[in-house]
Design a protein around this ligand. Structure first.
Ligand code: AMP
Length: 113
């Protein structure tokens, strides 16, 4: 079966899309873990940070720059937020398409584990 995030990027599956450009797409997480929870994904299928190559410099930069745009759109640029990208089994990555979680709208719990 085709990757669900590829399907959201292509429009085959609906998503609550906030932002998109040539390189990335940002949409709200279907099971929000915070009052504001957005996922930013590359349009191209890249499984995780481990699969990024030197040819992906543009998309890697766009992913990070999109965080700032998302934070403005979600009204959390001043209060702050947390970004997370899970990778592999120890990182508990469920969807094997690289994504950055942007979490905000309330103070995050202490700790990172
Ligand atoms: P991860 O554990 O980092 O792979 O996180 C995957 C995230 O994708 C989870 O927070 C899910 O709630 C979210 N998710 C799964 N399916 C969808 C979907 N169709 N639309 C939006 N978010 C989704």
């Amino acid at each position: 079966m085709k990757c669900i995030f590829c399907q959201i990027v292509s429009g085959e599956m609906s998503g609550d899309i906030l932002l998109r450009n040539e390189h990335i797409c940002a949409f709200r997480d279907i099971h929000p873990a915070a009052p504001k929870h957005v996922l930013i994904v590359p349009n191209k299928h890249i499984a995780s940070t481990e699969e990024l190559s030197n040819n992906d410099r543009d998309v890697a930069a766009e992913l990070l720059l999109a965080v700032k745009e998302v934070s403005k759109l979600e009204g959390i640029s001043e209060t702050g937020y947390r970004i997370i990208s899970n990778c592999g089994s120890h990182g508990r990555q469920e969807v094997k398409h690289l994504h950055i979680h942007v979490l905000g709208g309330a103070p995050m719990r202490n700790g990172l584990g």
